[in-house]
Design a protein around this ligand. Sequence first.
Ligand code: UDP
Ligand code: MG
Length: 324
Amino acid sequence: MPQEPRPEGQRLYMVIPCYNEEEVLPETAKRLRQKYDTLIAAGRIAKNSRILLVNDGSKDRTWEIIERLHGSDPVFSGIKLSRNRGHQNALLAGLLTAKEHADLTISMDADLQDDIGVIDKFLDEYYQNGCDVVYGVRSSRKKDTFFKRATAEGFYKFMRLMGVDIVFNHADCRLMSHRAVEGLGEFREVNLFLRGVVPLVGYKSAVATYERSERFAGESKYPLKKMLSFAFDGITSFSIKPIRLITTLGVLIFLFSFLILLYALIRWATGNTVEGWTFLIFSIWMLGGIQLLSLGVIGEYVGKIYAEAKARPKYIIETFLNED
Ligand code: UDP
Ligand code: MG
């Protein structure tokens, strides 16, 4: 079914998670405000649109800056979380709060690494092509350090390998319509990995590319340790492939144990062996295989329990054609 273009001038909430961003926040606010003005002038967004800054338990003056911005300019809204809960949760808090007021949301990092110019492309896809989700994708990572680039690319590739369906080089810079955020709200799992969940929400989506720049100021809040735990969380929240690997390995080793048996019997028949070795070597391989296989089977059940515990929505209805 072709998607209808939407009328322009809808109410937008830009959601920006901020953790210890005092060095960049004033500049980010200034640039977002400029973008906001051009969008208003062009009639692309409603006058009561907002820039929503989410303070994720910062230890520096981030919240004071947000309060000041809000005090002097009602376009800025602020949320203060009671403590640091991490990027994903801060973003979710912002999106679910924005949902109560907005027709559409755009999320971006606070450090100006995502190109603000991509907002135009986002809005084009939303208004003209009727997309509900538009993923911002980094066309290149030239500005990142070699280390960041290598680890980030490794991250996306590994996630794919583990069967997690994510958009390559897409971080959390994206547009979501009101109903897409509503759908997202149905995912009540505690370990929320947005990049994996958003594609599950469905609806028509598109990709908009932009050049990723350097962090404007301050340091990355994702050191290697946090990146690794983020990747690990992402995989274990989305895939039971690691469990399947155990099962497969178990089956292979179990089958291999019969080759070992054959080999051991030949050695035994030719009198080429020590007393007891034949029995021992076969037992080791066969039992190892059976144990791994059993672990894998138990793992499958644990995986099922995990899926049940997450209680994800089984479906989201997009349209209901019905005449009473
Ligand atoms: N962030 C957050 N809570 C955290 C860590 C980071 O809200 O605990 C925010 C941070 O302020 C920024 C975004 O998440 O707006 C991305 O973080 P960062 O730029 O440090 O990550 P990188 O781009 O280096 O991967
Ligand atoms: Mg960054």
